[in-house]
Design a protein around this ligand. Structure first.
Ligand SMILES: Nc1nc2c(ncn2[C@@H]2O[C@H](COP(=O)(O)OP(=O)(O)OP(=O)(O)O)[C@@H](O)[C@H]2O)c(=O)[nH]1
Ligand SMILES: [Mg+2]
Length: 409
């Protein structure tokens, strides 16, 4: 299979540094000792070995008025973000890549293919039942178009693939393998521009990542997986339990923090989420974290007051660092199908989403939705989630995803 030049090298190259096994003590609340810190490997004690730091009361920031908000300007656009990422990539910045060990790399495609199995099985059996005759005719093309629409690829993609087949193969012999190859090729073309790694810009410290999405879309789990990847790269990571609604949500993040060696900034359930975010960015800066990942409460994109609350959180984060959040990731549950398109649209407008993580691709036959989203919005897709475990995250790579979903193993 042909690959984008150097992609694997970019994703897997340069063996990652393991996090320190037994971090020396670093009492919570105390300032980090000022010592010269080499970029890697990490010698700075991180995280504290006494568990997450207790909540610290900080003055609540005043809420920005409408005028202040207008002066602050619109959130950063995707184009700006892509330019920044390209600049960082040119500088040789290491992207966050899912592949901590060499063994992982060996089974990479197999793991991706098994994660996408339900989608590819549905397509494969559909293709087998549509392409029953040797010569390609109009009826087969129409049925194939319907199959792609039912598999959530979107109208445009379905029409595009069918048009390619009609143009190149009409009234000629065709095998199901050839159909799969054409499908994989068309999917790849659409996905290639959006398959962009998450790059931690070196000039931004802490690099603040805000994670947003509807209820249960996989925000907290994705944060745990990302924390693990970043820690495996030897980075100092801090997490913020910005879902202050539920005690269980705070505990869930604290467990991920403990598992991955990242301190968690939390406040008691019911606290103000913006205040927590303000504290987290302040603490991450004071304590020299490289990456701060802020969890948020799940919210339906059509609940106006909850979307306003998210905007407030972003405004308050900007009071500490006007360039933050540096990445706003939207987690999308692949099992929700077409509704994901509305989520991208509204979270994109209200929260300035810079990249997508599509989760639960392992649990659905609707993986085609990722292609529909790529085609409609062109937003970067950084990762896909293919299971509940800490390792069940894959760096998004267009050609591999296309081959896996088309069942072209
Ligand atoms: N199969 C599968 N399950 C996943 C994946 N990602 C998350 N989950 C599961 O989906 C459920 C919800 O995940 P959470 O991470 O709690 O989702 P959330 O967006 O934080 O949810 P709220 O905080 O309630 O809005 C959990 O049971 C996760 O284990 C994935 O990629 N594959
Ligand atoms: Mg959550």
């Amino acid at each position: 299979m042909e690959k984008k030049p150097g992609l694997l090298e970019r994703l897997f190259g340069g063996g990652p540094k393991p996090p320190p096994e037994t971090p020396p003590p670093f009492p919570p609340g105390e300032a980090r000792p000022a010592e010269p810190a080499p970029e890697r490997p990490l010698e700075i004690p991180w995280p504290p070995d006494e568990g997450p730091a207790p909540p610290v009361e900080v003055p609540q920031p005043p809420v920005a008025s409408a005028e202040e908000r207008a002066l602050a300007g619109p959130p950063e656009t995707t184009v700006d973000y892509i330019e920044k990422v390209e600049a960082a990539e040119e500088e040789g910045t290491e992207p966050v890549a899912a592949a901590p060990e060499p063994e992982r790399k060996l089974g990479w495609f197999q793991r991706l293919a098994s994660g996408l199995k339900r989608s590819s099985d549905q397509l494969t059996s559909g293709i087998t039942s549509v392409f029953t005759k040797k010569k390609l005719d109009e009826a087969m093309l129409e049925e194939f178009e319907d199959l792609l629409i039912q598999s959530d690829f979107g109208l445009e993609m379905a029409a595009g693939v069918t048009a390619t087949l009609r143009r190149d193969r009409f009234d000629r012999d065709i095998t199901t393998d050839e159909v799969r190859a054409v499908l994989a090729g068309e999917v790849r073309k659409v996905l290639e521009p959006v398959a962009r790694p998450l790059v931690i810009e070196p000039g931004r410290k802490p690099f603040v990542i805000l994670v947003v999405g509807v209820n249960g879309s996989g925000k907290t789990t994705t944060i745990g997986k990302l924390s693990s990847l970043l820690r495996a790269q030897g980075r100092r990571v801090m997490l913020a339990a910005g879902d202050t609604f539920r005690a269980a949500a705070i505990e869930q993040l604290q467990v991920w923090g403990e598992r991955t060696g990242a301190p968690v900034i939390a406040r008691p359930a019911g606290s103000d989420a913006s205040g927590l975010a303000f504290e987290a960015v302040t603490r991450a800066r004071e304590e020299d974290a490289e990456v701060l990942i802020i969890d948020t409460a799940g919210r339906l994109h059509n609940r106006e007051e909850l979307m306003s609350e998210l905007e407030k959180m972003i405004r308050v984060i900007r009071k500490v660092d006007e360039t933050a959040p540096h990445a706003t990731l939207l987690t999308l549950d692949a099992t929700t199908g077409q509704n994901a398109l509305n989520q991208v649209e509204i979270f994109g407008k209200r929260a300035g989403v810079t990249g997508i993580v599509m989760t639960k691709l392992d649990g659905t036959a609707r993986g085609g939705i990722l292609v529909a989203i790529a085609q409609k919005f062109g937003l970067p897709v950084h990762f896909i989630g293919v299971g509940e475990g800490v390792d069940n995250i894959e760096t998004f790579a267009a050609a591999d995803f296309a081959a896996a979903i088309a069942g072209k193993h």
